[in-house]
Design a protein around this ligand. Sequence first.
Ligand code: ADP
Ligand code: MG
Length: 256
Amino acid sequence: MTRIIALTNQKGGVGKTTTAVNLAASLASLKRRVLLIDLDPQGHATMGSGIDKHDLPEGSMLDVLLGDRAARDVMLRSESAGYALLPANGDLTAAEVDLLEREGRERCLDRAVGDMVADFDVVLIDCPPSLNMLTVNALTASHGVLIPLQCEFYALEGLSALLDTVEQIRESVNPTLALDGIVRTMYDSRNSLTRDVSNQLANYFGDQLIRAAIPRNVRVAEAPSHGLPVTRYARMSRGSHAYRVLAKELIRRLAL
Ligand code: ADP
Ligand code: MG
């Protein structure tokens, strides 16, 4: 069974893309067949996978969403990281507007990827930093939501809006959408605020708080400028280790 997981948080800079890329690479190195869908016009997941977002001759997620090209034809392989990629760039901004005018507008992604997802064990969707129509499409097409979250004072504030959106999607188009977990990113256990927020998360979410936390690690931040996941760029780093531990935990929890 394929599991489709949306990495979502309407806050920018919380580690969605970093987690999408490194989780994709870690799951691939654990012999899972992985597809990463870049659904953010910033195209950072594309760049971080070693693909030039300005040079996509086979097209991008815009073409896929609008039904102009088949997902299979647009799909690339990130040779450096061992997973398949549906790339995106700034053109995707047009889709946000275009989708709004379509019939069944929240199902465009679901329809466009169709049965192709059956070729994969895991599909990860890197969402834009807003609860817009692209994110709604991701949540509609997914089995579960993974929420990367930085343990800081304002982290919890945005969370209720996100959980409300998830609930609305359940009530309207995707009743079985699950919360696959909350992942703490850029985690610094020496910081007391980090620990406080982390404790609040554990109290509120219980088992839905993923045990593996991703530490703040300079190698993680450097890796994208080399177009590599940290698991390839700095295999022995703390960041690389943490993403492998996260991948193993998700494999166990979700039977991937
Ligand atoms: P988002 O996709 O949620 O906007 P990103 O994944 O792009 O967030 O991360 C935001 C910034 O934080 C990037 O510059 C990234 O390199 C950096 N970053 C993410 N995770 C870590 C980490 N574990 N350690 C250090 N820097 C990180
Ligand atoms: Mg991002």
